[in-house]
Design a protein around this ligand. Structure first.
Ligand SMILES: [Zn+2]
Length: 377
């Protein structure tokens, strides 16, 4: 049911097709994030029209509200959020460490307090598999321990060793659940930790490989505050450690330039809340860099946000109007810039794929990055 076909490579960059029970995902691909079962302000049919193939949702949030059992009762996450395509759920690991009001890591799991009402909860590798099985996404993430960026090597080691032990427990429970009851066709991705410590990254990758075959691999613990060169070096190291014939999902990336840098280093799938979060603050991405749509210089500007963009905001409206919507606090403004930023990243991944397929990725991305980083509109 799950398959990855590598179509062409250029250097470490890869173009492929990831097959899931709910459809194919042409890679490299950006996955919009629907934290609470919705990509903020954007309807599923709009995502589909903008070229999104796979959407991510958050286990931590859906567990707390409305509850995974209710989602299961209502037909599972695909039916609940009306997204018929491939879905991925994260494990909630990142949120219990970064968002919960408090958390205590123990060997059996993490005790945490809800950021919504302070109530006390426990996530274990087993309970997270039960929650993700109930939600029913195509791809589910293993419960891992994600230490903060900049942690010491010994803290990172504790987390990678625990992540390996938890992965064994996730895997066992994931398969048991399929034996116990009818569950949708799903696959479990392990999440590599190890921050920017080469030895730990290598050990973690080998530990996962020793456990058996995986339909895909996730790279966690990056984009958490480390220096960019350290992140790129880690990806280069992992490119040599992870099997080539499986999709690699780089969690939490990213911004347009980071996405291209990671594609060049062998990553296939990406997610980030940045497109919609930035949009809500009035930040739009353009081929010539990031702009603030509220800037006074756009007051009577008749150009689209990004003249090269084919999104509904750029096709239908000009900067002067979008600036006005933001200044007047109109919700259409937030929606239009969200649509634009999402399409910008989806299209960037599509362009990267097309250039890998025709062998021009390296030259194209160097030129693209230069323009994006070099000038301001
Ligand atoms: Zn646009």
């Amino acid at each position: 049911m799950f398959d990855y076909r590598l179509e062409r490579t250029e250097g470490a960059a890869r173009a492929g097709v990831f097959t899931t029970p709910h459809g194919d995902v042409a890679t490299p691909a950006f996955m919009p994030v629907g934290t609470q079962g919705t990509v903020k302000g954007v309807a599923p049919d709009e995502l589909d029209r903008m070229g999104a193939t796979m959407v991510l949702s958050n286990t931590y949030h859906l567990y707390l509200r409305p509850g995974h059992e209710l989602v299961a009762e209502l037909g599972g996450l695909h039916a609940f959020m009306r997204w018929p395509g491939p879905l991925l759920t994260d494990s909630g690991g990142f949120q219990v460490f970064s968002l919960a009001a408090s958390n205590e890591v123990r060997e059996d799991g993490v005790v945490f307090q809800s950021h919504i009402d302070g109530s006390r909860h426990v996530f274990t590798p087993e309970s997270v598999m039960e929650i993700e099985r109930s939600l029913g996404a195509d791809v589910v993430m293993a419960f891992d321990q994600c230490p903060s960026g900049g942690c010491s090597e010994s803290e990172a080691r504790t987390a990678t060793e625990r992540t390996l032990r938890w992965l064994e427990r996730c895997r066992r429970r994931f398969h048991e659940l399929a034996d116990e009851r009818a569950v949708p066709e799903q696959t479990l991705f392990p999440v590599l930790q190890g921050n920017v410590y080469d030895g730990l990254r290598r050990e973690q990758a080998r530990g996962f490989a020793d456990m058996g075959e995986w339909d895909g691999w996730a790279i966690g613990g990056l984009s958490v505050g480390e220096e960019k060169p350290a992140m790129w070096r880690t990806l280069e190291l992992l490119d040599g450690e992870i099997p080539k014939g499986r999709p690699r999902y780089l969690m939490g990336v990213g911004y347009p330039d980071d996405l291209l840098e990671a594609v060049a280093r062998g990553c296939d799938l990406f997610d980030c809340v940045a497109p919609t979060r930035n949009a809500r603050h009035g930040t739009a991405w353009t081929a010539a860099g990031q702009v603030n749509v509220k800037a006074a210089r756009f007051r009577s500007d008749r150009l689209p946000l990004d003249p090269g963009c084919d999104c509904p905001a750029c096709v239908g409206y000009d900067r002067a109007y979008i600036r006005h919507l933001f200044v007047a606090n109109e919700m259409l403004g937030l929606r239009l810039v969200s649509l634009h930023n999402l399409r910008f990243l989806l299209r960037l991944a599509e362009q990267a794929r097309a250039h890998i397929l025709d062998g021009s990725f390296r030259a194209w991305s160097a030129d693209w990055l230069e323009r994006y980083r070099g000038t301001r509109v």
